[in-house]
Ligand binder design. Structure first.
Ligand SMILES: [Fe+2]
Length: 217
């Protein structure tokens, strides 16, 4: 069981984004929007969007520290960007040591890219009696890895931070404004419960101040 004391004694989060600043995230959302402009089917979104996300999480030097903060009580989901027509959203999912989600669904396609640390995603499926049961082997994600979820490729899972002594962070992209999507958790007693996740933040990172690169050009 993690406590506030565990978190304060955990290794420090890497320093604030330097070097490239927020530009990699801006480039990512621009490229992702262009991909969706071409009206791809889901398989193409997951393949080509997954490649874009793999590039984004290949280097851990761009996420502002404000969106990398754990909470000792529960995992955090910070909105980093929402498409203006809510075709997609990008979040940083910050795990405190030992934290885990309940079994849950998404109802839309999603891509998960590991930026820092590691997590474990255990797929579940709904049995004949409507109860969720574990479905095969889970997937370990280490920094740089990407996996997909959707009602087509498998939508129900339970995820946990693989580390009991440090923060892990994954970057997720969903085919909707995920914080405002009606979804479900699947408690052990067998009755699915509706939830709407919302977000942990009320302010977004500024992706659009290009003045530094313009002045340096
Ligand atoms: Fe999930």
């Amino acid at each position: 069981m993690n406590t506030a004391a565990d978190i304060t004694t955990a290794p420090a989060i890497p320093p604030a984004a330097t070097g490239r600043g927020i530009a990699p995230l801006r480039d990512f959302v621009t490229a992702f929007g262009r991909l969706l402009d071409s009206a791809p089917d889901e398989a193409r979104v997951l393949a080509e969007g997954g490649a874009l996300l793999r590039t984004l999480v290949a280097q851990d030097d761009w996420l502002p520290t404000a969106y990398a903060q754990p909470n000792p009580e529960r995992y955090q989901q910070f909105l980093l960007h929402a498409d203006s027509t809510e075709r997609f959203s990008v979040v940083s999912f910050v795990w405190g040591p030992g934290q885990a989600t309940p079994v849950h669904d998404h109802t839309v396609w999603g891509l998960i890219g590991m930026l820092r640390g590691a997590e474990y995603s255990q797929p579940w499926r709904l049995g004949d009696d409507g109860r969720a049961v574990p479905d095969g082997e889970g997937v370990r994600l280490d920094a740089g890895d990407v996996e997909a979820v959707s009602p087509t490729v498998g939508d129900v899972h339970r995820v946990h931070n693989l580390f009991d002594d440090r923060v892990s962070i994954s970057i997720h992209v969903y085919g909707a404004n995920i914080g405002a999507v009606r979804r479900h958790t699947y408690p052990a007693e067998g009755t699915r419960k509706p939830f709407i996740s919302g977000y942990s933040n009320t302010e977004l990172p500024n992706l659009w101040d290009r003045s530094i690169e313009l002045r340096n050009a």
